[in-house]
Design a protein around this ligand. Sequence first.
Ligand SMILES: C[S@@+](CC[C@H](N)C(=O)[O-])C[C@H]1O[C@@H](n2cnc3c(N)ncnc32)[C@H](O)[C@@H]1O
Length: 223
Amino acid sequence: MAFSKRIKKLASLVDSNAYVIDVGCDHALLDIYLTLYNNNKCLAVDINENALKSAYENIKKYKLNIEVKQSNGLDNIDVPNNSVCVIAGMGTNLILDILSNEKTEKINTLIIQTNKDYKALRDTMIKKGYFIVDELAFLDKKIWYVIIKFKKGHVKYKRIETILGPVLLKKYDNETVNYFKSEYDKYCKVLSNIPKKYVFKRFKIKYIINKIKIYIKNVGPSL
Ligand SMILES: C[S@@+](CC[C@H](N)C(=O)[O-])C[C@H]1O[C@@H](n2cnc3c(N)ncnc32)[C@H](O)[C@@H]1O
């Protein structure tokens, strides 16, 4: 089975040997990868029966010992203290809804991959008593992805860090720089679509664009 770059990047943030609850496992590809290559014990969870059937089939193919459970988020799950939980490939609202369950308190490490609304995600998790230990931005099959790893603890962040990512803003590898270049283009496009009369809205976007410019200038070539 071929594992996508996205699955491998998710796995790279999971501490080896940890007990992992994968909420919204779908075909259980991440669980299979983690069991094979990262020495994790995984619980694959999904709300959808067909997804779970496919997860069973895949796990059977590899003859692996991965527990599979049907649940709406954490509802039917026993969450041991200090668990690692992965939630990937869902919208931020759904993810935050899943994490509104009181059992979230027992989760020590959360690895989340959503496709937008990163500020809302970071702000809510910070309010819940988590801080950001790592972030990855990468391109897979022509789509930019961001994965954020949270752990229990308190750190103060600047507003711009919750928008662009406190860890990403300190990374200067090629892929992160290219991510910020694509974010620069995205925000410039957003700005060009805001009529001049919306002064404050434009100001907020210009502020983000300037911060990305500063980041890219720190790398070397100017925009
Ligand atoms: C797009 S797939 C992502 C699969 C996998 N996590 C990945 O990143 O490749 C989203 C999965 O989340 C499941 N899902 C959606 N809402 C859920 C919920 N409330 N609880 C558990 N699973 C859910 C869906 O059934 C689907 O299998």
